[in-house]
Structure formats: structure tokens, C-alpha cells
Design a protein around this ligand. Structure first.
Ligand code: URA
Length: 214
């Protein structure tokens, strides 16, 4: 099936989803948006007030800042795929709960399988946790790691920059590295392998059999 159809099918399933209690309080589901063959995918945490109203990701104040960051990195929103670990709004924008993350996990996995982006940017600690356990975002932000054939770059959530102005410059700097990461990933020409256990640092791309492991 074409990836466009797969993503439509996933969005239709999400629209009907009742796997966790967030389905009772949501106004709209927010599956994600962007080109189905996008080279880069951004994974946020969960819809906020505006996203719940419109059914679209990152359309509130954090989204405005994300647009600015993309722009500074020479990327247009229409070029990138944007989604969240949770597809429904947690009431009052509280942190995602384990039960909710587990209920949504398969949707995100299938979206990644359909799009097969070369670069994945996690926004905030809850989406970073999909790839890195028990690490602090302050230690990892802006660093790229090869995971399952994709370059994964944890970043601070744009909302963190709005709440903590001192982080704004840090987030801007991290986003400025994205064009170089995209170039690296293009050159490395790896493909997504969901079953691979290999992880490697950015420059391990030359010989995939020589990956360094954590
Ligand atoms: N914050 C997120 O993590 N995702 C959105 O879509 C909006 C705000």
C-alpha cells in the first residue's frame, strides 16, 4: 500500500480510538501532518489547547516558535512531518501518562514505518524517552545518534523556550545544526530497520558494520 494510504488509514483509526481515557475528553484527534515522503520527522509530546481545537499539530504558541526555528534552519513546515507521541490532548496539558503512551505507541511506530524519515527530531523529554531511557535532555540535546538506520536528534520542546527564555538561544543553536544532519543522513543513505539493535554516533555512518555501541 502507498505510504499516503497507510497514513490515512492510521489517521482514521486514531479518529475512532478509545484505547485510553483521553478519548473521552478530546475534541479532535491530532494524528500529524506533512508530506508522506518527508526526510525529517518531528515528534512532540501531545496536542495542547489549540491543537485539540483544530486537529493539527503545533498550531499554538509553541508551534509559532517551531515555525520560526524551521525557517531559521532553512526548512519550511510543508517539507516536514510533524506529529506527537500522544494523538489526543492530556487535560490541562499535563504530562503524558504511561497508559496513554502505551496506547498510542503503535500509531507512531506505524507512522515512522510508512514515512521512513532519514532524520527524527524528538521535541521534549517524553518523545526523547522513546529512544533514550534514563538520560537527561540537558545532556543529549542537539546530538545526533544513529538508531535503527535513522539519525535521531533530541531537542528541547519549543514550549520550554517560551517558559524559560534562557533556553531560546540553546534551542535556536540546536536547530541550526539540522541542515548538516540532513546532509549527513542523505550521504549515509541508510534505511530504517525497525529490528536493528545498533546505535552509533554521528560519524559512524561510513562503515555500518563498525558501529560503536552504547
Ligand atoms: N506541544 C506538543 O508537544 N505538541 C503539539 O502538537 C503542540 C504543543
Amino acid at each position: 500500500m502507498a505510504s499516503e494510504n497507510i497514513l490515512e488509514e492510521i489517521a482514521a483509526e486514531i479518529a475512532q480510538c478509545t484505547k485510553c481515557p483521553l478519548s473521552q475528553s478530546r475534541k479532535n484527534t491530532v494524528p500529524g501532518e506533512g508530506p508522506t515522503d518527508s526526510e525529517i520527522m518531528f515528534i512532540g509530546e501531545g496536542p495542547g489547547f489549540y491543537e485539540n481545537e483544530q486537529g493539527l499539530p503545533f498550531v499554538g504558541p509553541a508551534g509559532k516558535f517551531l515555525d520560526e526555528l524551521l525557517n531559521n534552519a532553512g526548512l519550511k513546515r510543508e517539507q516536514v512531518y510533524i506529529t506527537n507521541v500522544l494523538k489526543c490532548r492530556p487535560p490541562g496539558n499535563r504530562d503524558p501518562q504511561e497508559e496513554e503512551l502505551n496506547a498510542c505507541r503503535d500509531y507512531l511506530e506505524r507512522q515512522i514505518m510508512a514515512i521512513k524519515p532519514k532524520v527524527i527530531v524528538t521535541l521534549g523529554r517524553h518523545s526523547m524517552a522513546r529512544y533514550f531511557k534514563d538520560v537527561k535532555i540537558s545532556m543529549m540535546h542537539g546530538q545526533a545518534t544513529w538508531i535503527k538506520g535513522q539519525l535521531v536528534v533530541p531537542m528541547y520542546h519549543p514550549a520550554a523556550g517560551l517558559h524559560q527564555p534562557s533556553l531560546k538561544a540553546v534551542i535556536r543553536k540546536d536547530f541550526e545544526m539540522l541542515p548538516a544532519y540532513i546532509q549527513k543522513a542523505r550521504k549515509a543513505n541508510r534505511s530504517y530497520d525497525p529490528f536493528s539493535e545498533q546505535q552509533g554516533t554521528l560519524n559512524d555512518h561510513k562503515d555500518p558494520t563498525q558501529l560503536s555501541f552504547f
